[in-house]
Design a protein around this ligand. Sequence first.
Ligand code: PMP
Length: 400
Amino acid sequence: FFAHMKAITPQPVEDLFFRWFQDPSPYKVNLIIGAYRTDEEKPYVFEAVKESERRILSNSNLNKEYIQSSGLDIFNKSSCAILLGKTCPAIIEKRVATFQTLSGSGSLRIGLEFLKTHINPPAVYVSDPSWNNYSLLVNQVGLPLIKYPYWNKLRGELDFDGIINCLQSALEGSVVILQVCAQNPTGVDPTLMQWDRIEQIVKEKKLIPFFDTAYLGWSSGDYEDDAYIVRKFVNNDIQCLISQSFSKCMGLYGERVGALHVVCSNQETAEIVHTNILPIVYTMYLSPPLHGARIVANILSDDELIKQWKNELKFVIQRLKDMRIRLVEELTALNTPGDWSYIVNGIGMFSNLQITPEQCSSLSDKYHCYVLNTGRISICGINTKNIKYVAKSIKAVVEP
Ligand code: PMP
């Protein structure tokens, strides 16, 4: 049955990760993975998460029954409230259809399946560059993919004119995937004024925004402040889909916990949308996992735990900001050719090094600093112990 198949080459990120994993060098640095690491290079479990889990374990009334296909009710309500704000008119008017999903990836997949089945938009616009999986997801559901420019590599800044020109000529009724903040991979977001212009075009061209909020918190350090853009669109009565993930902001990567919110024009439509998403969920995994949803729901329903979580998130993000500053200081102290200030100005987990693919390969192959050939580095992999080595290695590959 299966002999006719040809092997598919692994994603560059998987391939590189494997090479890093197997590298015996004591100097090796993982600049690949978008998952937070402490200064000691360890994964971090939030104290708020540990406390939430203690409460789950000590509650003898809890069981492990299936939950309904749309997910844990209290999780859906509290995750929607922290995202859109408790007083959001769309929530009060019951215009949001919410599903607990297998994190942001599951939310994007369910959302795109829903759009393909019930809207069949002429295209899905995805930024270039962007998180690689968007293209895979759009192709998988069989919708036409169009890339909109996002990044001016030469100038190391947002290609705002490119975004506007492309979206202005977009096919009416298309879907546009928009990362709300701390864009993966560039670490550069539109300004508030630029978002205003994007919103105008979304309205004019009747585009359906599909917001990806995977990195909420990673820009300002505050989850709710970073939700400003998505709240603004929703409060301006723009119907949209929102993918929410608790992987990065609560460090719950492996628990696969997130949500899909479909913001509709009225309650009746939201209820109908809800019934139409249910069969997509039944036929993929029946119902979502329980544990992660309980962890998040406990945190979001307790003011003390929310405070604890928010403080920890601030701390985590400050470490990365410090690393950005330190890296540029080290590169400058070494007289490394080039202007590296964009690293400090960047936001979130990633920065896009302005170096050639050959220089990237050399960083990985010769200096054990594993970086994708696009130049994307995860700041999470940098710490006070390896930062001098990383800077020296970058200098070595860029020096003529
Ligand atoms: N969106 C973006 C931009 C991402 O970078 C990622 C993960 N790296 C995701 C969504 C999905 O993450 P998860 O499925 O863990 O929520």
